[in-house]
Ligand binder design. Structure first.
Ligand code: UDP
Ligand code: MG
Length: 318
């Protein structure tokens, strides 16, 4: 029988000081496991010593491999590259900063042995700023009302995916990848395990407020066209109100004659309608922009150097 092989995918952007630690931690956990393993570091165009550290790790561990991008393509692209290069029957996606505790690996593997296609490690938000927790919680409430697939707070990329789940994810070829939604979209049976949030020890988070906001918008528009319909409804509502107002004013003119001082009504309707139009245009623009991006069919990333080959030589568009 072929030996079970587990692939670890570690997206790494400016993670010097962390790479070796993650590798040591994974190797330590895997010592006690029957399965073989490989650890793929995806260097997402790091500008610090991350790549040197990865090369160093490759010297000490035959299980380590890497794919290095020509520039920073983002975590989603890094994960995609990892999934495309992973050879294992199961893949564990894990951050480089040790915020995804390697001590959970045995539990993830146990879920896989039990037959689950996705085993998700869900974190709580201890130690995170109150504001971020509040905003995230409200966001998930809102998004789950507005969107067709369910997203769950605290369930991120730290998860085990069976080969079936990986192959399913690779079938989704959109250029604008919103992983959280994709994991939910493929369906498949999922097991959730919980862990305590850990505060980052080395380096810093790559998420600025602006990036988080963009991510939030992605989450909404990547998965449905409901906002477009909302624009339509708002338009319909404003149009009917305007019609009622026009008829009422018309009747009033007939009954009472022309009422000159109409400054307030004019300015308020102009501002109100202008606002709605701009918001609607913005929403439509989001979708048009996405269509534009999809039609270009650009690869998700470009590889500068790599120590591993892509599994089954799928093309980079996949
Ligand atoms: N990351 C990446 N490319 C990027 C940004 C981040 O590969 O453009 C990696 C990063 O190295 C880390 C993981 O994604 O392993 C999560 O990033 P970070 O810790 O900054 O996010 P947070 O934990 O604050 O959500
Ligand atoms: Mg982190």
């Amino acid at each position: 029988m072929e030996q079970l092989m587990i692939s670890f995918v570690v997206p790494s952007y400016n993670e010097a000081g962390n790479v070796e630690k993650v590798m040591d931690a994974i190797a330590k956990e895997m010592q006690h496991q029957q399965a073989g393993f490989e650890v793929l570091f995806i260097d997402d165009g790091s500008s610090d010593g991350t790549m040197d550290e990865i090369r160093h790790v490759l010297h000490s561990y035959s299980e380590a491999g890497y794919v290095s991008f020509t520039r920073n393509f983002g975590k989603e692209a890094a994960i995609l590259a990892g999934l495309q290069h992973a050879k294992g029957q199961a893949v564990i996606v894990m951050d480089a900063d040790l915020q995804h505790p390697p001590s959970l690996i045995p539990e993830l593997l146990k879920g896989f042995e039990e037959g689950y296609d996705q085993v998700v490690a869900k974190r709580n938000r201890n130690g995170e700023s109150k504001m971020r927790t509040f905003l995230s919680k409200s966001y998930y409430k809102f998004v789950n009302n507005a969107i067709d697939v369910r997203l769950s707070d605290g369930e991120g990329d730290f998860r085990l995916l069976s080969r079936k789940a990986v192959d399913s994810l690779l079938l989704l070829s959109e250029s604008n990848r919103f992983s959280k939604g994709l994991y939910a979209w493929i369906g498949l049976e999922q097991k959730t395990i919980s862990y305590e949030n850990i505060v980052r020890q080395h380096g810093e988070t790559k998420w600025s407020f602006g990036k988080l906001l963009n991510y939030a918008v992605d989450g909404i528009v990547s998965f449905n066209t409901k906002p477009l319909r909302l624009c339509f409804y708002i338009g319909l509502f404003t149009l009917s109100s305007a019609l009622i107002y026009i008829v009422a004013t018309f009747v009033s003119i007939f009954l009472n004659g022309i009422d000159v001082p109409g400054y307030f009504t004019t300015i308020s309707s102009v501002l109100f309608l202008g606002g709605i139009q701009l918001v609607s245009l913005g929403i439509i623009g989001e979708y048009v922009g996405r269509i534009y991006n999809e039609t270009k069919k650009r690869p998700h990333y470009l590889i500068g150097q790599a120590s591993v080959e892509m599994k089954g030589k799928q093309d980079q568009h996949a």
